[in-house]
Design a protein around this ligand. Structure first.
Ligand SMILES: Cc1ncc(COP(=O)(O)O)c(C=O)c1O
Length: 435
């Protein structure tokens, strides 16, 4: 495969700074670059000139962006904050603001080296960009068996990867660290792609502090043996942890400087953390042991190149709105209020399950302690039958996902939780008697 000289330059920086990272890149990842030559550099050179015919947006005769009054009247932001393009990397201000809050939200990141976050069109797009950069056809992606179903579309159908799963839970209802270890060693020493998602969709499980340390140890041991490991850390539901002793920081904090053979990649963003699902803004951040500025700049350039070739850049208006919110004094309190609402629902759910031992005849709850969801496993009925009966007879919607039922308590009004469980109990009992 012959590469553009600009890609070769980035590859040789990566090779010099950390050869493992170059090995981890997919063929597409090796070939991509953020163009320094061509349109972007020529536009940059023309900036401030008397006549500038390089800009590919429409400007008024006075140089301001052309906007339609019917749209502008809805938007309080200045034209440049909403209507023009953001950079493919994302706006500088939001990238640094997010980096600062990353350390506040994850105090043990303090003093560790990690990249400047790059803006994606929310996490889904970020995960897809990671597929672009790191997954070759037939590469295995190691994941717990309960994972967000969209990983199939992204990694399997999008990049022809193969998701290899291990049971998420041990028989003691903890995270199956041994299962992860076994999967890593399958197929001998080499490139390993792992995806971790806490709080997990669909189960609502976050590892304990102790389990997180064990995961780190397993990865370090595998890296010591010569495996090259890239760990995708899907932090979509970051911050929504409702119990003590559960990992409150991202596992990125533990892995970002774990080993030079481990590249940790954090996917996060305001879609769920700040309740702006439709804004479509997210971030990707890289971390590896002794990661140098040069290495991170090269990875950011690869990622920005992939973004430019896919969506060009993420929503500017959303980035601007978020920047305003992050500097508002009210922001943190408002966020805490929403957290408390979700936590109360979580506590109510735990209380209901504890108070109804009869449920155990028909279903049991999988371990959960965080996030948006919890799941139950039906003991003697079929999930799809129960789902249909709940819809038809009980006017109740849940998700049947294989052998489990997923309940999104994030979207359940507090006073409907009890009824939902009662309906589920009735439907499971009726379906089980039909078996
Ligand atoms: C585990 C997980 N990751 C990522 C996403 C996607 O988030 P976004 O809306 O930011 O693309 C979701 C959304 O449902 C999710 O459950």
């Amino acid at each position: 495969m012959s590469f553009d000289p600009q890609a070769k330059e980035l590859n040789s920086i990566i090779q010099l700074e950390n050869p493992t990272v170059l090995k981890l890149l997919s063929n597409k990842g090796k070939s991509v670059f953020f163009p320094k030559l061509g349109i972007l550099s020529q536009s940059a050179e023309a900036k401030g000139k008397e006549i500038n015919a390089t800009i590919g947006t429409a400007l008024e005769d006075n140089g301001s962006p052309m906007v339609l009054e019917s749209i502008d009247s809805l938007v309080l932001l200045k034209e440049k904050e909403g209507f023009s393009y953001a950079s493919s990397y994302g706006r500088e201000e939001i990238r640094s603001a997010w980096k600062n809050v990353l350390t506040k939200k994850n105090p043990s990141l303090d003093g560790k080296s990690f990249s400047l976050p790059v803006v994606t069109s929310a996490l889904t797009h970020g995960l897809s960009m990671a597929g672009y950069l790191f997954i070759n056809e037939n590469d295995s992606i190691i994941s717990p068996n309960y994972y967000w179903e969209n990983y199939d579309l992204i990694f399997k159908h999008g990049y022809n990867g193969v998701i290899k799963t291990f049971p998420l839970f041990t028989s003691e209802s903890g995270f199956n660290v041994e299962g992860l270890r076994e999967k890593i060693y399958e197929g001998g020493i080499g490139k390993k792609i792992i995806i971790l998602n806490f709080p997990n969709n669909p189960t609502g499980y976050t590892v304990t502090n102790n389990e997180a340390r064990q995961i780190k140890d397993v990865l370090i041991e595998a890296a010591d043996k010569g495996n090259e490991i890239v760990t995708f850390i899907d932090d979509a539901y970051f911050g929504l942890v409702f119990e003590n002793g559960i990992l409150k920081e991202s596992i990125f904090s533990l892995l970002a400087d774990a080993h030079k053979n481990i590249l940790a990649i954090k996917f996060d963003g305001p879609t769920k953390e700040d309740y702006v699902w439709g804004f479509r803004v997210g971030f990707i951040t890289f971390g590896t042991a002794n990661g140098s500025e040069k290495l991170y700049r090269a990875l950011e350039a690869k990622l920005a190149g992939a973004i430019r070739g896919n969506i060009s850049n993420a929503s500017n208006i959303a980035q601007s709105l978020l920047l305003f919110a992050y500097s508002s004094e009210k922001y943190q309190n408002e966020k805490n209020e929403k957290y408390q609402i979700l936590k109360k629902r979580y506590q109510k759910l735990c209380e209901i399950i504890n108070n109804h031992p009869e449920y155990k005849q028909f279903f049991t709850a999988l371990p959960f302690n965080s996030g948006y969801f919890m799941c139950v496993k039906l003991l003697n009925s079929n999930t799809e039958n129960v789902r249909k009966l709940l819809l038809d007879k009980y006017s109740t919607g849940i998700i049947a996902q294989g052998d489990i039922i997923r309940i999104a308590f994030s979207s359940l009004p507090f006073n409907t939780i009890e009824k939902l469980f009662n309906n589920l109990y009735c439907a499971a009992r009726e379906c089980s008697s039909k078996l």
